[in-house]
Design a protein around this ligand. Structure first.
Ligand code: 16G
Ligand code: ZN
Length: 524
């Protein structure tokens, strides 16, 4: 028997407590924290196998991101910091749904399928958010790793982007950066401070923000950054953990409610930065001179940073291909602005970080962002080499690009690193929040949720923009859309909730709402 203790430990400490089938979805396993003990134990076992399979360290992150504090979840991080490979998502689902009694057999089957030598060494890096349930769930994962005879490196309470960074750096021998927390803070902060060494103010840019930590781990990470950045950015911190996680604050609240976050005093003209519960998503907002609330989402961030990278690239004379990856949720005005005004090519990917990440790899410099504020920039090895060489040769635009490359956490969307990049661009341009917002005007848009008996009947193609089944639904959507000049609408089954999502865009809010309701009725 290769996994002699797997069944006993499961039965004695982490018995399977949920009967219904659960699935490793876009965000891993996620549910009420009380139902997750056995899932975490089993993910510890699986992460060990995956580590043996790849001969590299694997990450296990315990978080339910922007979801309520009573929820929790787990995601596995592959060796180069990417999301878990699709074939292993299937293994994860199989393992979690197996009865306690057959765990050893199922583990052996997975090992056989993947051709794994289970005697090999394994290393699993674990991290968790600030949820009260996270420590207990982390212990379950650690027990799983140890039961499968793997080694554990426990990073304690950290953000999701930090675990992606540390897994990457550990596995590449420190090429991307030093594989420690301190290494992470140092790399990003140093580059940020250096790029504003000539003065933190510039034109209409003031180095001052209000930081909404969502009462989660992002607040702790920000305290660390403030210690490293010093006076280069004056960040007043709110929602530091004294209130309820993600409750009436944080990136998801701001995006879905389009409202100023609770717990942050309203101050006109000052940028407010909200992160989510594991600090991998970011939203900006501000109140303009007339008192109007304005939100700057992932699309605004993507267009700002892609535009800046494009400018530096052409000024540097480097022949590298830059592109932006969005999803169907990207506001049509953002796509038009970046394509037509800035001349940056845009591709559309399916919802979910792994799809955007993959698509971005086709460019030398691939910017990807979801409208909900998750995104980053990736540089090919060729791009990195060319930029560093030109920077060495004192090409000033390449020097800036090289600095920007160090501010960015390429391994995954990173709210605070993204924020420092946005601040860098605004500083370089001498822009206020209003200047940034005025670059283009969002088209009115509306999202709706529709409950159906079985959401899997909705299938799509063309990066979710075209509905394939039920047959005829797309024709109906086309007809409805044609009733509006410049309208756009699509439907897709959610990957995280048991619902179908409807998205609509049109020139006025009234028309948009009408179109969304009509499409929702067609789905029903
Ligand atoms: C997950 C995804 C996020 C996506 C969201 C869509 C990752 C790490 N997270 O949270 O990128 O926007 O799902 O949710 O991939 P939906 O399928 O319910 O619309
Ligand atoms: Zn998150």
């Amino acid at each position: 028997m290769t996994f002699p203790k797997a069944v006993t430990v499961a039965k004695e400490q982490y018995p399977k407590s949920v009967k219904k089938e659960i699935k490793y979805g876009t965000a891993g396993f996620r549910s009420n924290a009380a139902e997750l003990d056995f899932v975490l134990y089993r993910m510890g076992l699986l992460a060990t196998l995956r580590s043996q399979d790849t001969g590299a360290a694997i990450g296990v992150m315990i978080t339910a991101s922007h979801n309520p504090v009573a929820d929790n979840g787990v995601k596995l991080v592959d060796p180069a910091g990417e999301m878990l490979a699709a074939a292993w998502e299937v293994h994860a689902t199989t393992l979690v749904n197996a009865p306690d009694d057959s765990l050893d057999v199922v583990l052996q089957e997975i090992a056989n399928k993947a051709g794994i030598d289970v005697g090999k060494k394994a290393m699993v890096i674990v991290g968790r958010d600030t949820r009260p349930s996270s420590e207990h769930l982390c212990n379950a994962a650690v027990t799983g790793v140890k039961t499968a005879r793997g080694q554990v490196w426990d990073l304690g309470v950290i953000t999701t982007p930090v675990i992606h960074y540390i897994v990457t750096c550990h596995n590449d021998g420190g090429k991307y950066g030093e594989p420690t927390l301190e290494g992470y803070y140092q790399k990003i902060s140093k580059a940020f401070v250096k790029l504003r060494a000539d003065g933190a103010s510039n034109g209409k840019y003031e180095p001052e923000i209000l930081f909404d930590g969502a009462n989660g781990v992002g607040a702790l990470a920000m305290e660390e950054f403030v210690g490293h950045i010093g006076k280069a950015l004056n960040a007043t911190r709110y929602n530091k953990g004294d209130g309820i996680l993600n409750h009436m604050c944080g990136a998801d609240f701001v995006k879905t409610q389009q409202r100023w976050p609770g717990g942050v005093p309203e101050q006109a003209g000052i940028r407010c930065v909200s992160v989510d519960g594991d600090a991998d998503r970011i939203m900006y907002s501000f109140i303009d001179a007339s008192g109007k609330y304005l939100m700057l989402d992932g699309d605004k961030i993507a267009t700002l940073v892609a535009g800046y990278l494009q400018e530096l690239l052409s000024a540097s004379g480097l022949k590298l291909k830059l592109g932006l990856v969005q999803t169907a949720y990207a506001n049509g005005a953002s796509t038009e602005y970046i394509q037509k005004k800035l001349g940056v090519p845009v591709s559309c990917a399916k919802t979910g970080v792994k799809h955007l990440h993959h698509e971005a790899q086709q460019y030398d410099i691939g910017v990807y962002f979801e409208a909900n504020g998750h995104g980053t920039v990736m540089f090919s090895q060729a791009a990195k080499d060319a930029i560093r060489a030109a920077a060495q040769a004192k090409n000033s635009s390449a020097e800036k690009l090289s600095g920007v490359m160090d501010i960015i956490n390429e391994t995954v969307g990173d709210a605070i690193s993204d924020m420092l990049f946005v601040e860098t661009v605004l500083h370089a341009r001498g822009w206020s929040a209003a200047d940034w917002n005025n670059a283009y005007t969002d088209l009115p848009n509306r999202q709706m949720k529709v409950t159906v008996a079985d959401r899997s009947v909705i299938t799509t193609t063309d990066a979710e923009r075209v509905c394939v089944t039920p047959v005829g639904l797309q024709d109906t959507i086309n007809k409805l859309v044609s009733g509006f000049s410049k309208g756009r609408a699509f439907v897709r089954a959610s990957g995280t909730e048991d619902i179908v999502r409807v998205y609509a865009e049109a020139p006025t809010q009234e028309e948009t709402d009408k179109l969304a309701v009509q499409v929702a009725c067609a789905v029903h």
